[in-house]
Ligand binder design. Sequence first.
Ligand SMILES: Cc1ncc(C[n+]2csc(CCOP(=O)(O)OP(=O)(O)O)c2C)c(N)n1
Length: 375
Amino acid sequence: MYSPEEELITILKKAAVDFTASLPCEKIKTVLEMVEDLFFHVPLTREEEGVGICAGAALGGRRPALFVQSSGIGNMVNALLSLTQFYELPLALFVSQRGVYKEKIAAQFPMGQRLPAILAGAGIPFSLISSPADLIVVAQKLPEVYSGSNVHAFLLSPAVWEGSSEQRIRQLDQRPLVCAIPEQRREVSAPACTRYEIIEAVAPYISGKVVVSNLGWPSKELYAVLHQESNFYMLGSMGMVSPIGLGISLSSRKEVIVIDGDGSLLMNPGVLATAAHFAPDNLTILAIDNSSYGSTGSQKTLTGSCVDLELVARGFGIGNTLKVSSKELLTAAMTSGRKGLKFIHALAVPGNRDVPNIPIDHSLIRNHVMHFLKN
Ligand SMILES: Cc1ncc(C[n+]2csc(CCOP(=O)(O)OP(=O)(O)O)c2C)c(N)n1
């Protein structure tokens, strides 16, 4: 009786993988079930979110492995390049490659067949795992992913699992019925502070903590207000702030503050569901909502017309939310005694402070944060 799934699990354990995340593909459902049972596992809402969460986990010293379908690579290329590769963080990608072997779904051909060319074009190293015999390649290359802080994609053909003796029938949990009763509507006064003033107001409360800050102007303003070695300044990968913060909070006991923006949060709102699912009590998401893409010319976002980010967070299951529009309410929110995952929706007026660029190299930013998390 031969189980390629068991062989892959053994390889993962041998390489000391200790953090996994996935967005499923039917062709790898058995191995995914085993991964969920045997490793710390994060169920994702979008593959790109997994790149951010795994980056946070890697900053926290973990050895992440991400399981996705070939189509999911299309959802994550920017984050792979401008976050994981840019900061030289380790990530093993296990990609169920569709469209190449006994494929029945025509829509899988375009992405699945071009995947090697797309990865090659993006400069992401990969190995074709076309049969169980090729799993030896995973065993050989996986340790280097972690020792060398590399990204490597293992493209798993459905042929790998053909003839497996593994038989698993997943027990489906009954979903508990949840009745969400909206709390009374509260009137909130119009915002008066800019993003910079909000960062100034929270500085005493985020000092000494891990702070993951949104790309562009927010990171530059944070640098100007409160530079500390525990700040992870994002320099690219829009939409990845909260995923990175979540990944760190799941890998460390240190307190983590995420400074997100409305535009960036709207790009990957599903991370709020993943955060709610784990509800790490060391994570605070401060969403500074200036109803605009502040770093690119303050073009309007939809929070100025139809989206209420606090309600979005509530709808995704975060119970501890606060909407604030003044410095007084903001500082009260930062210190509010309620334990658990917190989402602070800070309303702001658009506008950037004229501050200089961050003069620190990205590798140094990463090293400082990793060092802080280690000690
Ligand atoms: C994938 C991607 N799309 C667009 C951009 C350009 N961009 C950089 S920052 C930014 C605005 C972010 O807005 P928000 O998250 O609301 O933060 P704010 O600057 O308003 O505080 C945009 C659109 C990018 N860097 N990456």
